[in-house]
Ligand binder design. Sequence first.
Ligand code: PLP
Length: 425
Amino acid sequence: MTYETDSAASAKLAGTSTLDVSRIRTDFPVLGRMVNGHRLVYLDNAATSQKPKSVIDAHSEYYSRFNANIHRGLHTLAEEATSAYEDTRKHVANFIGGVDSREIIFTNGTTEAINLVAQTWGEQNIGPGDEILITEMEHHANLVPWLVLSQKKQAVLKRIPLTGEGRLDLGNLDNLISDRTKLVAISHMSNVLGTINPVKHIGEVSHSYGALVLIDGAQATPHMPINVKDLGADLYTFSAHKMLGPTGVGVLWGRADLLEAMPPFNTGGEMIREVHFDRVSFNELPHKFEAGTPNIAGVVAFDRALTYLEELGMENVRQHEIELSGYAIKRLLEIDGIEIQGPLDPQLRGGAISFTDATLHPHDISTFLDSKGIAIRAGHHCAQPLMRTMGKLATARASLYIYNDKDDIDVLVQALREMRRYFGL
Ligand code: PLP
């Protein structure tokens, strides 16, 4: 069946790249590095992005100027640290479409955000015979928590299959969702196939059966404008480190009424209102879900990452990736023996481009490219069930971001050709 992705509909922008990549590159110190005698060509952005100087500086400035624990202290440093931390929360709330900042829960990443939902909402709401629907392209982070929960609760884990092109096959959606479906948990953009899923459409169908919709936005949030309400999500998760921010910071956004009804996740300091030896009451949102001392420096520095992306404009980021993915796909397909997984139309996908060579193993490709200073990823990309569905053990994956340009793609293609020649292919 054919359908238009939600974001493709909103991102049909014409014209040439709107990002000044050579200027952007000067903001990223690591890109000035030589690796194995070559200029670093960083194409592993789906794993983690590089960080601009403003983020690196904000991290170090926090420790050198106002390091203190938050929410508890009455001294100046504690107040400064608290207000910087809470400012980031407001910033995140604006970045994903202007939601209530009480609905932003900081976690240590997408993985923890999804586990939080599985272990709180899931514990409370999933029972024997209930169904959870995922897709065949999920990252383990949005698969294993639901598998473990289903097994524990004798619930049923179902999945939306894929078309040969690596898109969701929605032809049978009405048979996969029913009144027994309690949750539909889907990735917004696949980290392997690059596919952008029609999450809004799936959300509408899910809601018509009374199911909640959790969207794993780990790959989408760094690369396109996100408005969680417009998407019709009930819960949305993402990681700072894939969008120029520090590692160890993630976000769970959830509708306030849902979050309020959910039991706490971790327990301990900060998440309580009143504690006695025989009873405890819990803090209000968002603190109820943020037990203990969080990654204050990381959250504070994440603010600069959001500013950086906003200054570029998320529509421009998306447009740049449409153009560069289109170019990369075209150039890669010019090489004999290379096959690309996922949609070939850049309007339908992001910049995570998985490919295989008819003869060469992805690990060997990655090692050879590294000798030329090119960083890509090879393996199962934390999506083993998807690999089995595709009949592959592994793929090589080049993934793009704001500081990549056609030169990077040309260097990649030239190295791949050189490798094939080296092996007599
Ligand atoms: N979901 C998707 C689609 C991902 O690509 C990733 C990471 O690659 C994750 C979830 C997990 O993110 P994290 O490791 O930041 O928790």
